[in-house]
Structures are given as structure tokens and as C-alpha cells.
Design a protein around this ligand. Structure first.
Ligand code: PLP
Length: 442
């Protein structure tokens, strides 16, 4: 396919906006990855978006392969979502009292996933933070296991780095996170069953819960491995239950995206507790956590574990999420799956032709491209993901951006597609690949 490539390298207005932004907010952004630090250059300031396209303040049209880091499964400004949101907003934007919209959204989540009850919150971070408290409250235990390279939001106890040995408690992952806060966190290598067994052997009766991304998507995409026919999530769930710990699956990124339910729809492992976000908010701040009713009943106001929120279950956000989920039909998932398969094949062809070593990995329709050294054939964990040539990725990224394709500004992120990514948009991406691959090879 060949469609003419636009020149979208003009960024004078974005540069001016960024200079002003840096005066008023640290780094000019409200979430670090947006600052383009790992690829260099000027972040594009976005003026509007429609379907698969972002339009920046310089008037460039960019095919969006981030989709707001996951939420925009239907594409941007879907008319039915916008219509429902406008209607909801016209009735008032927040009441601090229950509404039927939030009940409908909860019911839709329960219909799609193995959870029996949910509590709505405002961000994925809040969901994981609350689930951690709930798991500790239910079990009366303190310790939590997580995996290096899995991101669960900026919850202090989960912003932890691996200690020096496998069964060593973690060290703070950011200034401001105290040693006391991470003293109950164990950080293990993803997909490493021996390490998980060792940690449970050492601390099994103290572990409240194990957190995992249902499929890791924040170190690039690293799916749960299968050994002797047993998937990593199955292994984790079984080991947790042997030791009386709760198995927590974080589906904030994968939920309602990689299938109608999420990674659960691909591997069928039922967690004790789950977290959701992104797609279920339809582009608004909404997230959720849920699980078996018997566990969720430990939450206030029924149980003793406190959790609350002024804007939780917000009527406009709930309407956006509910409308999005209702429009996310099997046909939507089939389309996104096909588009993802096509792009993966085209990226492999282009990078291969340019002689750029790489590995492409996927969890359903969520995939990423690792610029790992020659000879690396799979990326099972964070240590391997960290062997990437980030300079090659930066060159690839900027060549794509200058040809009208907006990739994640980091080599450690997934590529997100939507139901709105039609042939015109995908053809633009495909046409841009040879030049970008040559740039990565240089
Ligand atoms: N969990 C996972 C798996 C995520 O990917 C993210 C965000 O990227 C979060 C939690 C945190 O969600 P939020 O950014 O809404 O706080």
C-alpha cells in the first residue's frame, strides 16, 4: 500500500505551548511520559481529536497509536458517546448522591468479567490502592508481592524496586516513598515461577495478596508465559490460594480492550480481586475494583475497610463509560484484533528489511515492538526489556511522527488501536514504516 505521506514535522506552536507549560507545571506536563524525555524533542499539544486522528495545535493530522494510553477503544469523539455525555452533563455534573448510571456501569462490568461486585473510583491508581487496603484488611496480613516492570499506578507501596535477592523486601522506587512503606512489598521478576515459589516459601503466611498485570503492558507488552500447559496467571492464582493469599489481577490496561472482558477472556483465570480503568471510563476519569461479593462486603459501609470518593461514580463519567462499553461489540474487538495483526506483520516486515533487530509481542490486540539486541528472541521480563536500544526507538519514533503517526513516546509502551482505525489510517502507518525503519537502522 502506498498513500502519500504528510509532512507533520512543523511544531512551532507546540514548542511555544510547551515553553509556557514548563513555566506553570513541572516539566510542562501532568503525567511524565507526555514530556517526550525518553525520545527527545517537543511534545505535541493536541487541539482536538476525531476517530483515529489527533490534530495538534500546528494543524498536523496524526494517526493516533496511543488512544489516550488505552481508553479510546472506539476512537476519538465517537458521536454516540459524545451525545450521551452532552445529555448527561446537561442534567448536572455531580451530585454526591447515588445515580442509576453508576449502577448500570457496575452491572455492565459484572456482566463482562468474573467479578460479582464492584466499587467505582476515579483512576487506576485509586483502584489498586484501594484493593491493596482491602486485601490487607480481609487477610489481616501485611505483605504484598508484585513484579518488576508491572505498573499499578503511583501507589506508594507499589512504587517499589526489587531488593538485592529474590526473597528480599523491596526498596523505595521514588524519593518520597519511605522504606517503611515498601518494607512489606516483595518485587519479583515477571514470568519467573521459581522466584515466586521462593518468596511464598519464605513469607507465605504473611502475604496478603499478589498483584500482577493480567498481561504486562507497562514494560512493553509481556504476556504471561505458559509452561507445561499452565499459564503464569493460573500458576500464581493456585500458589496464592495454597498460602491463603489473595490473587489480584490488574486489568486497568487490558480490561475491555484485549477482549470483551480483558485478559480474563483470553486465559480464563478467575482472580479474587480485579482492577479496571481506561476503556470503562470512555475517556473520563473512571475506574473500578471488584471481586467476589463475600470479599467486597468487607468494604465500608458494609464492612470495616474504609474507601470513599467525592466524585466516585460521577454521572458524566459513568455515562461515558457505559456508552462506550455498550458500543464495544464483538465486531469492535474483531476489527481491533485484525488491525493489530496487520500492523504487527507490517512492522516486522519493515524492520526486518532494514536489518533492525527487534521482537514484537502481543497480548491479544495490545502489542509492542522491542528494539532488543540481535539474538534476543523473546522478552519474558523487565531485565530483558531493559536491553532495548532506546536511541534506535527514538529515531524510529521521530521519523513516524514526522510522517503523521503518533507512537508512544517511549520504547516501553504498548501500541493501542481502536475501532476507528480504518484502512486510510492504517495505510498511512504502513507507508511511514520503511523510512522510520531506515532511521532506526542508522
Ligand atoms: N494499572 C495499570 C496496569 C496501568 O496500566 C495503569 C496506568 O497506566 C494504572 C494501573 C494506573 O492507572 P491511572 O493512570 O488511571 O492511575
Amino acid at each position: 500500500t502506498s498513500s502519500p505521506l504528510p509532512d507533520t514535522s512543523v511544531d512551532a506552536r507546540s514548542a511555544a505551548a510547551f515553553a509556557r507549560a514548563q513555566q506553570v507545571t513541572p516539566g510542562g506536563v501532568n503525567s511524565p511520559v507526555r514530556a517526550f524525555l525518553s525520545v527527545g524533542g517537543t511534545p505535541r499539544f493536541i487541539a482536538r481529536a476525531s476517530g483515529p486522528y489527533l490534530y495538534d495545535v500546528d494543524g498536523n493530522e496524526l494517526v493516533d497509536l496511543i488512544c489516550s494510553w488505552g481508553p479510546m477503544l472506539l476512537g476519538h469523539a465517537h458521536p454516540e458517546v459524545i451525545g450521551a455525555v452532552a445529555e448527561a452533563a446537561s442534567h448536572g455534573t455531580s451530585y454526591g448522591a447515588p445515580t442509576t448510571a453508576e449502577v448500570e456501569l457496575a452491572a455492565e462490568i459484572i456482566d463482562r468479567t468474573p467479578v460479582e461486585q464492584v466499587r467505582l473510583v476515579n483512576s487506576g491508581t485509586e483502584a489498586t490502592m484501594s484493593v491493596l487496603r482491602l486485601a490487607r484488611g480481609i487477610t489481616g496480613r501485611d505483605k504484598v508481592v508484585k513484579f518488576a516492570g508491572c505498573y499499578h499506578g503511583h501507589v506508594d507501596a507499589l512504587l517499589a524496586a526489587a531488593g538485592s535477592g529474590v526473597a528480599t523486601l523491596a526498596i523505595p522506587g521514588s524519593p518520597g516513598v519511605t522504606e517503611a512503606t515498601t518494607a512489606d512489598t516483595l518485587v519479583l521478576p515477571y514470568n519467573d515461577r521459581a522466584a515466586v515459589r521462593e518468596a511464598f516459601a519464605a513469607y507465605g503466611d504473611q502475604i496478603a495478596c499478589l498483584f500482577t498485570e493480567a498481561a504486562a503492558g507497562n514494560m512493553g507488552v509481556v504476556p504471561p508465559g505458559v509452561e507445561d500447559g499452565v499459564g503464569f496467571n493460573r500458576f500464581l492464582a493456585d500458589l496464592c490460594h495454597e498460602h491463603g493469599a489473595l490473587f489480584v489481577s490488574d486489568e486497568v490496561m487490558t480490561g475491555f480492550r484485549v477482549s470483551r472482558s480483558g485478559q480474563f477472556g483470553l486465559d480464563g483465570v478467575t482472580p479474587d480481586l480485579m482492577t479496571f480503568g481506561k476503556v470503562m471510563g470512555g475517556g473520563f476519569p473512571a475506574a473500578a475494583f471488584g471481586g467476589r461479593a463475600e470479599l467486597m462486603q468487607s468494604l465500608a459501609p458494609v464492612g470495616g475497610v474504609y474507601q470513599a470518593g467525592t466524585l466516585s461514580g460521577n454521572p458524566v463519567a459513568s455515562t461515558a463509560g457505559l456508552t462506550t462499553l455498550r458500543l464495544a461489540t464483538d465486531a469492535v474487538y474483531a476489527h481491533v484484533d485484525r488491525a493489530a495483526a496487520r500492523l504487527q506483520a507490517e512492522v516486522a516486515t519493515a524492520l526486518g528489511a532494514a536489518g533492525v533487530p527487534h521482537v514484537i509481542q502481543a497480548a491479544g490486540n495490545l502489542f509492542s515492538v522491542f528494539f532488543v539486541p540481535e539474538g534476543v528472541t523473546s522478552v519474558p521480563d523487565y531485565a530483558t526489556a531493559s536491553s532495548q536500544d532506546t536511541a534506535a526507538y527514538a529515531a524510529f519514533f521521530h521519523a513516524m511522527l514526522d510522517s503523521g503517526v503518533y507512537l508512544p513516546p517511549s520504547a516501553y509502551e504498548g501500541w493501542f488501536l481502536s475501532a476507528a482505525h480504518d484502512d486510510r489510517a492504517l495505510d498511512r502507518v504502513v507507508s511511514a514504516l520503511p523510512r522510520a525503519s531506515a532511521a532506526a537502522a542508522a
